[in-house]
Design a protein around this ligand. Structure first.
Ligand code: FES
Length: 152
């Protein structure tokens, strides 16, 4: 049995023992993989007798769940109001051009996933880019170039 399989066993056991919520179970899976792999959902569905349709409904309803894997670097650009007025649109356009993907997509080499988000709660730092959970504030084209070079 491999490590990932054991981890899923633990998540399933935890759900059974603690009589957890399905959302909590899915959050645990998401925390492990950074997305919800179909094969894991199938296993959970079979072992816990939860219809796949229910799991998919929840997975698509909650925006924090992903059904596709994330690239090595997860780039999120805030397009909330404060960041928008400070030029977030141009930042997104540059990233889309440089990475060759649209927002919501992952580069072919799986190095970058680009996403836009609404307000990361640090409006004074706008425009704001988050890379692998690290905040980069007051981003301009020059800083963006350096940032991309750092992660490439
Ligand atoms: S609008 Fe971007 S952090 Fe609030």
């Amino acid at each position: 049995m491999n490590e990932q399989s054991e981890k899923i066993d633990q998540i399933i056991e935890k759900f059974k023992n603690e009589k957890g919520t399905i959302i909590g179970l899915m959050q645990d899976i998401h925390g492990e993989y950074r997305y919800l792999p179909e094969e894991v959902l199938l296993r959970v569905s079979a072992e816990l007798d939860i219809p796949m349709a229910k799991l998919y409904t929840l997975a698509t309803f909650y925006k924090s769940f992903r059904l596709e894997p994330v690239g090595k670097h997860h780039v999120r650009v805030c397009i909330g109001t404060a960041c928008h007025v400070n030029g977030a649109t141009k930042i997104v356009e540059t990233l889309e051009r440089e990475l060759g993907v649209k927002s919501g997509q992952t580069t072919e080499d799986n190095q970058f996933t680009l996403e836009t988000v609404n307000c990361l709660g640090a409006c004074a730092l706008g425009p704001l880019v988050l890379v692998d959970g690290e905040y980069h504030g007051k981003i301009d084209q020059g800083k963006l170039k350096k940032l991309l070079n750092k992660y490439r």
